[in-house]
Each structure stands twice: as C-alpha cells, then as structure tokens.
Design a protein around this ligand. Structure first.
Ligand code: XIL
Length: 335
C-alpha cells in the first residue's frame, strides 16, 4: 500500500521536480561531469554540478604533468579539491588518466630514459597516484588514446616499454584492487577500423587475464544524427566480453556565429543527439555512466580546440539548462 502511495505521489509530481541526476540514478546510470577545481568557488558552477551530476572527474588535475610535475614531487591539492567536492555531495569520483601521450611532465622524457627507466617511472607514478586516491576513485582511465584512427598502435612516449598497456593495468590493479580499470578513447563510438582495434586490444587483455573492467567512449561529436545501430553494435560486442562501457567525455559541438552564439535549430539538433546517446546507453545494463566534458558552455574546451564551434554541453554560459538537458531528462524520465 505504502509503496503504491509513494509511487502515486511521485507520478503526480511529474518529472518537473527531479534533477537529471535523480532521474538517471533511478535508472542506475551515473551522470558525470569533467571538473575544473578552480571553478568550484563559483556558486552557480558548484550548485549546478552538485544538483545535476552524480559523478565528478578532474578535467586535467589528475593527468601526469599536472599531478606529478617533478620526479619526487606530486601536486595533490587540485585533484583533492575535486575528490572532496565529490565526497561532500555524495558523488562518485572517476580518475583520468594514468597513461597518455599528452600532458606528460617534461622530466619524464628529458633524460633520454631507457625502456627499463620508463617502466620504473610508470610503476612509481601509478602506485603513487592510484594509491593516493584508493578508496576514493571508483574507476580509472588507465590507458588513454593508445590507438590511431586507422587502428594501428599510437607511437607514444610510453611505447618503448614492451607491452606497456597490459603492464599499466596490472600496476593499477596492484595499487587499488577495488577500482574499476578502463581503456578510454575517442572517435571509436561506432564500428570502424579504430573501434575494431580497440575491441581486439581489450579482448586480448581479457584473454590474457590482464585486469580490465571497462571501455570508455569519449564521444566528442557534432550534432549530426548518430548511427545508433553501429554504436549499439559496438557497445554490444564490448559488453558481451563482460566489460562495462561508459560514455566519458560527451560534448556535442555546434557552429557559433560571429558573436559566439549558437543557432536555435542547431541546439535542437544537438538535443536530439544527446537523446540518441542516452537512449543507446540505456539499452545496455553494462553502460553505467554518461559523463559530459564540463558543466557549462562557459568553460568548455571545445571553442579553443574545434575552432568556430562550441555550446557543446547541457548548460549554457549562464548555467541555464539547454534543450539538450531537457532531452536527457525526458529520456531518463521515460519508461
Ligand atoms: C582536454 C581538456 O579538456 C583541456 O582543458 C586540456 O587543455 C586538453 O585536454 N581527450 C581526453 C581529455 O582524454 O583529457 C582531453 O581534455 C580532451 C580529449
């Protein structure tokens, strides 16, 4: 009786009172955002983040360069600010990233290290960073962007270390046996040469007993309608391996006019794409998180990187919810 009564109340209230975070929690999907610790003292930023998102991931603060600026020095404070915010607001904390060819500290390659030196550096780094956040970070992007668009292995400062991908996963598992370990990459959402190579890579890791729990799909995309069949086929083959998939860096860029504003029709097209992404994830119980690459268009990396485009997130520069936000809420609210 009591349950029915509560259900009736919830239905009467409609979706209007519920945040995206609450609606997605009811479907067991985490809604994440990449976080810049410098912005946490801006009230609208902090309020929006805590109200609408159930997961936080430092946008840059856990990358090698920022967090490990000298061999014997770690810069924990910015990443800890994100971890503390997540804890205070009952949000999950995701770690990004341990092994990447970008944003690496210059000292790593400065002394012409041998492969054995590099492996030692990698081991020290992973043990220190994963160990520091053990019990706080529930999932790590262990290796980021190790495959090229054509499916070949990317040449990276870490490639001299034989089998460095498998080694990094083993090091991470040793440093925190409870954290979920992910391979993360971009431009590999649907089936193509790159996602084929990622599939082959993670399948091989699984078969060799290397500890890997999931694949992160970045989803830095445009507002062109998605081939959701192809994306679902890719999610299916990955989850069929027993892996989780998470959408880790979602942003849907649109053209900006000369005054830096998006057009209304483009924002509607963007909303449809956000809805497509959420519906596709919801098809798979092992698709466990959707994370946008930022909280607000005000601080998104998109305009700086993809020139002439922007307005790629769920909240505009004034923190007003966009059509994309309503599309996400409608998707998670629909039964
Ligand atoms: C980006 C950040 O958003 C920027 O602030 C930084 O200048 C460069 O990196 N793939 C990733 C992310 O895995 O770490 C990148 O983040 C975006 C692409």
């Amino acid at each position: 009786m009591r349950k029915t009564w509560i259900l009736a109340l919830v239905c009467a209230a409609g979706l209007s009172g519920q945040s995206l975070r609450q609606l997605a929690e009811a479907r067991s999907v985490k809604i994440g955002a990449a976080v810049n610790p410098m912005r946490l003292n801006e009230p609208a930023y902090a309020e929006t983040l805590a109200r609408e998102f159930s997961q936080a991931e430092p946008e840059n603060a856990m990358k090698f360069g920022p967090i490990h600026p000298a061999r014997d020095r770690y810069n924990w404070a910015p990443a800890e600010a994100v971890a503390n915010f997540a804890r205070e607001h009952n949000m999950a904390l995701r770690g990004h990233t341990l092994v990447w060819h970008q944003q690496l500290a210059p000292w790593v390659t400065a002394g012409a290290p041998s492969p054995a030196d590099l492996e030692k550096i990698l081991g020290e780094h992973i043990a220190a960073v994963v160990g520091h956040f053990a019990g706080q970070v529930y999932a790590w992007d262990v290796v980021n962007e190790a495959i090229e668009k054509d499916g070949s292995p990317r040449k990276s400062p870490w490639s001299p270390v034989p089998d460095y991908i498998a080694k990094a996963f083993r090091m991470a598992r040793a440093a925190d046996p409870k954290a979920k370990l992910f391979y993360n990459d971009y431009d590999a959402e649907g089936i193509d040469a790159k996602s084929d190579a990622i599939y082959a890579l993670v399948k091989d890791l699984k078969q060799r007993g290397v500890p890997i729990d999931g694949v992160g799909m970045q989803f830095h995309i445009t507002a062109k309608p998605l081939d959701t069949e192809s994306i679902a086929a890719n999610m299916k083959r990955l989850t069929d391996l027993g892996l989780e998939v998470q959408i880790t860096e979602l942003d849907v860029r649109v053209p900006l006019d000369s005054s830096g504003r998006p057009g209304a029709a483009d924002l509607e097209a963007q909303a449809r794409v956000y809805g497509q992404v959420a519906r596709t994830c919801l098809k798979f119980p092992r698709c466990t998180a959707i994370q946008t690459w930022g909280v607000t268009d005000k601080y998104s990396w998109v305009p700086g990187y993809f020139k002439g485009t922007g307005a790629a997130l769920l909240f505009d520069r004034e923190y007003s919810p966009k059509p994309a936000y309503e599309a996400m809420r409608a998707t998670f609210g629909a039964r």
